[in-house]
Design a protein around this ligand. Sequence first.
Ligand code: DX5
Ligand code: ZN
Length: 219
Amino acid sequence: MEKIKISPSILSADFSQLSNEIKRLEAAGADMIHVDVMDGHFVPNLTIGPPVIKSLRNHTKLIFDVHLMISPVHKYIQNFADAGADIITFHPEATEDINETINLIKKNKIKVGISLNPKTPIDIIEDYLNKVDLVLIMSVHPGFGGQKFMPEVIKKIKKLSDKKIKQNLNFDIEVDGGINFSNSKLVKDAGANILVSGTTIFKDNNGDIKKNIDALRTE
Ligand code: DX5
Ligand code: ZN
């Protein structure tokens, strides 16, 4: 099994203390920081944009795993790349031209992720699997933290993992939404190697983020 990485979502962090929260995550052994960007249009919620990412960039060496829930997404790729994103993941429904969006991200020499909402089949990204570094499987409908994990995505993770092995591809499989201690093993066994979590990491075990990160990684 590939090394499991944990990408805590700062959507569940204290936004008034973001740089301290990121430092806490780094000290607690997070592998990367999942930054949920929402525009109130692609999803019914609004969070942060490039200026905040730019201001956080020098406070950590961790990878910024930027999840863009915005549309039209191609207009903003450069802003997020300039702000310090290391991975930019977009939703195929948020662009008219998936290849153009992939190339815009790649030209900035940063990693490309493509995301599948719970009801979106793998087929629509089939042609891009050999062009991306990461596939983000949403296990909740995007827009909010603290939602319930949708178990029907387990079989989608498995199907994607089988394709990855069969086609000898090496994109990461990241799963995002409602990850907790009762579903993390199922998700990893199905083939995910990056787990995103906000609520479980920040709230469980009285907010002991190191304990929660370790438990998601190993249990
Ligand atoms: C939802 C976001 C997720 C979410 C994860 O649209 O993409 O990253 O913040 O938070 P939890 O772990 O609380 O579901
Ligand atoms: Zn996310």
